[in-house]
Ligand binder design. Sequence first.
Ligand code: NAD
Length: 695
Amino acid sequence: MNFVRYEQVQQVAVLSLNNPPVNALAHELRRDLAAALDRALVDGAVQAVVLTGTDKAFCAGADLPELGTPKAAQDPDIFTLIREIEAARKPVVAAIAGICMGGGLEIALACHYRVALSDAQISFPEIKLGLMPGAGGTQRLPRLTGLTWALNLMLSGETVRAERLMETALFDRVVARDLIRQACEVAMEIVDAGEAPRRTADLSVDEPYAQSLLQFARNTVRPRLKGGNAAPLRVIDALAASVDKPLQEGLRLEREAFAALEQAPYSRAMRHIFRAERLAAKVAGIPGDTRARAIERVAVIGAGTMGGGIAMAFLNADIPVVLLDRSDEDVERGLANVRRNYETTVQRGRLSEDAMAQRMARLSGATAYGAIADADLVIEAVFENMAVKEDVFRKLDAVMKPGAILATNTSRLDVDRIAAFTQRPADVLGMHFFSPANVMKLLEVVRGAATAPDVLHTVMQLARRIGKVAVVSGVCDGFIGNRMITFYLEQSMVLLEEGASPQQIDRALETWGMAMGPFRMSDLAGLDIGYTIRQRQYAEDPGARRSPIADKVFEAGRLGQKNGKGWYKYVPGQRSAQPDPEVQALIAAHFAATNRTPRAFSDEEIVERCIYALVNEGAYILQEGIAARASDIDLVYLHGYGFPRWRGGPMMAAQTVGLPSVVRAIRRIRSRPDSAFKAPAPLLLQLAEQNKGFE
Ligand code: NAD
């Protein structure tokens, strides 16, 4: 295939990039572009060149699958191309429609003139991956737009329509139609005027107050930098060079800075997540020609906390929902909760009255199963109790139309057992939403032993439609996320019972980057949840580790945020947690009663115990095939549990430290008699031994 189309329109050679869908700069495209340019430059009948893409994309920059492989550097690389375009003796005009970003924008900047459709989408998104433009963008853009626009585009990574840049010298024409004709016109005007090509490199940055502007930018970004992210400051340094250094010097600085950012853990983590989100959609065992079932109407059983949130997630995507509960009062309360939730959003100015009315109009309530029989998908969110779930699923099996998908939002129960309550286990799976379900991005899609591929496929597609990040999990107690959190919370309890305070434990983990430490998180979820789970464990396994302090705190009537007292106390209407002497007294009484002295912990040990408990269980989950890949586990933690994005998720964080060091730390922790730390997963040991990572 030819990746660049070559046409001659009178005296102009029109080169059209042709690497669908977005003209990524793969080696084949670079090769054919260099060849087409050579042809145009030697052809005596050609006076000028127009470089263009398709309606959808001028060029979206680097080819992601190629990044980091030798192919990315294969000749001609992007630097060579840019040099040759800029050096061309015949005028080269970029004609830009659709996406023009990153390396694609850098190519456009190296052209001598630029014509764009008014709605062309211009951006430098590198900053979102902890990177910066690396092929001259930081040197050429400010020469055309001035510093303010360059700072805005490169520090935000946001997309701007070409027409907004009309005030700058970036575009010679911004047009509504006839892009190629107008670009050819610009080219021929230059030829007819006998002018030499105008090279961006020969311009200088026109900015009277450059130094103060740059200093202001530094002061603004510095306090917001997280996790060792150096990209914003490097962008500003490179832009500073564009003002007072020759182009070649600026380009050298830019390349050095780019290379350093590319190696830094921050950008590695951000790129890992970027890839992880694309990979998670690829599910093994779904044939390529699988067709999704149509989902037009949804029913939710159980109008409680989760049921209401789940209903909103669908209403927000314009999908009608019937909410079913046991009694009219239960239904009314559920509907009222949804309404109140939307009203708050309207009051905060984030939703219009109209939009709210439309959403509420798509929501109805019911107590009889007849009202939901024709739904395409039903999601059960009743009490976490197998007998209740059984009753619901038997009823659903009896009434739902053939082909309807039956999902459970259970947090920990066996999805295969639930499926077996029906005559159609192939249509059953878990859709595990996180609270609040209308806000949290994560959806664990639990694949049962009998779940049909098209059912899984349908739900994965639907997840995207309602704005969720879906990760497939196999069936086990707690699936990926809650199964891992059990071990994390258990370590936080061990630390507590050996002498660390809830405040110290929370602070250590929050300083490390967790959005919320384990005790604040438990207060938010409600202390009844952990208590119920523990009571079940004590009953099922007399040898189960007990958490006496946690039990006493709950038994003292402390439910968490919902009644203003849990591990902390809460002032009504405020979310900030304050240490509570009552809890401190309960803890002190425990040490007195058991005749033990509290031990001191370093923050480092706290973090290692809790985070490596996640990593270790993650490795078991991977080894058992509950998760298909380590990056899926990372996504679960990022989108469901407030894990810091810049650490890339627990598995990536462990890899950054080095698995051999993680294993050594786990052995150190386990050498203490009461560590309660599970034996390291065989997979973890094996990878550490081979000095490998999880991927
Ligand atoms: P909830 O107590 O707030 O709501 C449960 C609702 O189910 C109530 O409105 C109740 O009236 C209704 N219900 C009970 N039995 C019913 C029946 N037989 N038929 C119809 N309706 C019935 O509980 P919740 O927190 O919303 O949890 C619901 C499910 O979601 C549970 O399986 C839970 O494990 C799971 N879950 C909860 C969370 C969370 O953070 N709360 C997160 C993920 C999953």
